[in-house]
Design a protein around this ligand. Structure first.
Ligand SMILES: Nc1ncnc2c1ncn2[C@@H]1O[C@H](COP(=O)(O)OP(=O)(O)O)[C@@H](O)[C@H]1O
Ligand SMILES: [Mg+2]
Length: 453
């Protein structure tokens, strides 16, 4: 995936990402709200060494000794030697091991200091324990560790630099921290889900993805537009719009595929993987764009399962192709001219039970041959190729098929299967029309700024 793919994935799943972030923050808040507050109280001790007179001690060696002593004292503080008498003195009903879990003693590097920190749910008790530790420890150092009981000959003494005071506010839970951490974890989870969705999603998200999935030449890229009842025929109703220009570019590109455009009539059939990907819209507008150049065009609705061409143009839908194929009417009877121009429409007519059979018949081939004598271009709208073989069957009577892929909904594996369906029947797929291309990102493909005339 490229950077733009990542950005698109994030944009597409922004709601999931924001939801995860909020859920994470809410979880952090809930945890903080349900965690009983804890208080911390610290006391600072100093390890001093009194040089004995007459000895070989000097100031440097005595402070060196004190620093080394402070390192091991910091470890001794959390043993039962110190904590048992502390619990006893304060009347706390707990053993030294449990108390040690609430006590930390550290010796800041290269100092003679020892900092004792006690954590407890009771702020007063936290300070009491810390202070009691300093008292008891001073006695133990003097009496047991560095001297003999009852004698006042200890070289090492412990002085309390700073007694513990009762903390005013709890040290934990830190609500801001919990909420921020929860939000961060939520954000990470949201981004993860967004990227996973992108990786697992096989829908094509850009024109590039559509072309690379098929290896077909891109013949047109029609931007996504808001289409309501009256605006589907954009080439007719809004001829200067981006999408109309895109249809003209498609018209131009058609000259370069499927044989020599100067030789007689050209015939194309359109199909796609699934219904609703824009086949009828694309060919109706392509027909209008070709008619603009003065060529005689006929648009045939060969989607005998869900015909829409007649209603798109506001023409009579009840008679058309099927009447010709069943020899109930002649072409001249059922061809409808659109406006006063060069465009003729052959509606689907009554829907038959056997569309594929009718479309693959010799009569169909003959009908197309007849139309070739009076038209420059024949455009045939057909059903989706994955569901039924109609499009592939008809494509054998044409110069080739154009495959419509809708950005954002057509799936990559479906495009591959669609190509396979044409191949199986010997149909020729000439190129790809990308529908509903993103307006901003892929503008380069719409050729919107270079009207092709
Ligand atoms: N470029 C486009 N931008 C927005 N909507 C489109 C575009 N092309 C087609 N549509 C809409 O998609 C729907 C299906 O189009 P249609 O041409 O009937 O598809 P198909 O013939 O493949 O079933 C229609 O509602 C149509 O208005
Ligand atoms: Mg259709």
């Amino acid at each position: 995936m490229e950077l733009s793919d990542y950005l698109r994935a994030l944009k597409r799943s922004w709601l999931i990402i924001v939801s995860c972030l909020l859920i994470g923050a809410a979880a952090g808040f809930t945890i903080a709200a349900n965690t009983p507050p804890r208080y911390q109280a610290s006391a600072m001790m100093f390890v001093g060494v009194t040089p004995s007179d007459g000895g070989s001690w000097n100031l440097t060696s005595s402070s060196n000794y004190a620093r080394q002593a402070a390192v091991s004292y910091a470890q001794i503080i959390r043993t039962e030697l110190v904590l048992d008498p502390v619990a006893e003195a304060l009347g706390i009903d707990t053993d030294a091991a449990a108390l040690a879990g609430r006590v930390t003693a550290t010796n800041p590097l290269n100092t003679q200091n020892i900092e004792v920190t006690v954590t407890d749910r009771n702020p007063v008790l936290a300070a009491q324990i810390a202070n009691e530790i300093t008292q008891q420890f001073a006695t133990i150092v003097a009496d047991e560790l560095e001297g003999s009981p009852g004698e006042d000959d200890s070289l090492v003494r412990i002085e309390v630099l700073q007694p513990a005071i009762t903390p005013g506010s709890p040290s934990a839970p830190n609500r801001t921290m919990n909420v921020a951490l929860g939000a961060l974890l939520g954000l990470a989870a949201g981004v993860g889900i967004a990227l996973l969705r992108q990786v697992l999603d096989t829908r094509i998200q850009s024109v590039d993805e559509a072309t690379s999935a098929t290896d077909l030449p891109l013949l047109g890229a029609i931007p996504d537009t808001v289409i309501d009842k009256g605006s589907a025929l954009s080439v007719a109703v809004s001829p200067r719009s981006h999408e109309s220009e895109a249809y003209r570019a498609l018209r131009t590109n058609l000259d370069f595929v499927g044989g020599d455009p100067r030789q007689g009539c050209r015939t194309f059939v359109v199909s796609s993987c699934e219904p609703g990907e824009g086949k009828s819209t694309a060919f109706a507008n392509l027909a209008l764009a070709i008619a603009e150049t003065g060529k005689r065009v006929v648009l045939i609705d060969a989607d005998l399962r869900a015909p829409t061409i007649a209603s798109l143009f506001g023409l009579e839908a009840s008679v058309g192709l099927t009447d010709v194929l069943r020899r109930r009417a002649s072409l001249a009877d059922v061809l409808q001219q659109w406006g006063s121009g060069k465009l003729f429409v052959l509606a689907a007519g009554q829907l038959p039970p056997n569309p594929a059979e009718l479309l693959g018949s010799a009569t169909m081939e003959q009908t197309l041959a007849d139309l070739r004598t009076s038209f420059d271009v024949i455009l045939i709208d057909a059903p989706p190729v994955l569901a039924v073989t109609d499009a592939a069957v008809v494509s054998r009577f044409t110069d080739g098929a154009l495959l419509v892929a809708a950005v954002g909904s057509t799936r990559r594996p479906a495009l591959t299967s669609a190509l396979g369906a044409f191949e199986k029947i010997g149909g020729n797929v000439l190129g790809l029309i990308a529908m509903r291309t993103p307006r901003t990102a892929d503008n380069a493909y719409t050729y919107a700024e270079q009207p092709a005339r």
